[in-house]
Design a binder for this molecule. Structure first.
Ligand code: GDP
Ligand code: MG
Length: 163
């Protein structure tokens, strides 16, 4: 099976925008993904000659214990467990949020490889937008713009290279 890249982050950081950019017009049939849990949002992506499977996750609220939000957190945890690599997406315009730390701690515990991508950085200076996020200890943050495409190819190339 192709490598599975899962996008994780708190609501509104641009996960679905990135997913759509990576998978556009390659809507995947659930049947293509034997071995993966069925009820998540999967798509096929390709960078150059390299195919991959992309997973969009819906928000992440690890502190919630009940209801739809807890169910989403559970879904996200399962998605992470099934991934070869996780793109942890944060918002470069808002900067670090308390929830980002909680998600980072959760992701570290899973032992999955993590790439930290700082989204919404179009028109911003790379060194400035990533500075805030070094303290997460997840390596050099990757500035991208899911909406405009800046840095996205390099991000996925690095993700696939790291496998
Ligand atoms: P999700 O909740 O993490 O799936 O986030 P969405 O993909 O739904 O995006 C949330 C909001 O951020 C939307 O209004 C997007 O248009 C906006 N957004 C996503 N990516 C970018 C980006 O690269 N730059 C800017 N400026 N806005 C973005
Ligand atoms: Mg979304």
């Amino acid at each position: 099976m192709n490598p599975v890249i899962t996008i994780v982050g708190r609501p509104n950081v641009g996960k679905s925008t990135l997913f759509n950019r990576l998978t556009r017009s390659r809507d995947a049939l659930v049947a293509d993904f034997s071995g993966l849990t069925r009820d998540r949002h999967y798509g096929k992506g390709r960078i150059g000659e390299r195919p991959f499977i992309c997973v969009d996750t819906g928000g992440f609220e690890p502190v919630a214990k009940t209801g739809i939000v807890a169910e989403m957190a559970k879904q996200t945890k399962q998605a992470v467990a099934e991934s070869d690599i996780v793109i942890f997406l944060v918002d470069g315009r808002l900067g670090m949020a308390p929830q980002d730390r909680v998600i980072a701690d959760f992701l570290r515990k899973t032992g999955r490889p993590i790439i930290l991508a700082v989204n919404k950085t179009e028109g911003m200076q790379a060194g400035v937008v990533t500075a805030d996020f070094h303290e997460m200890g997840l390596g050099e943050p990757f500035p991208i713009s899911s909406a405009h495409g800046d840095g996205v190819r390099g991000l996925i190339d690095d993700a696939l290279d790291s496998l």
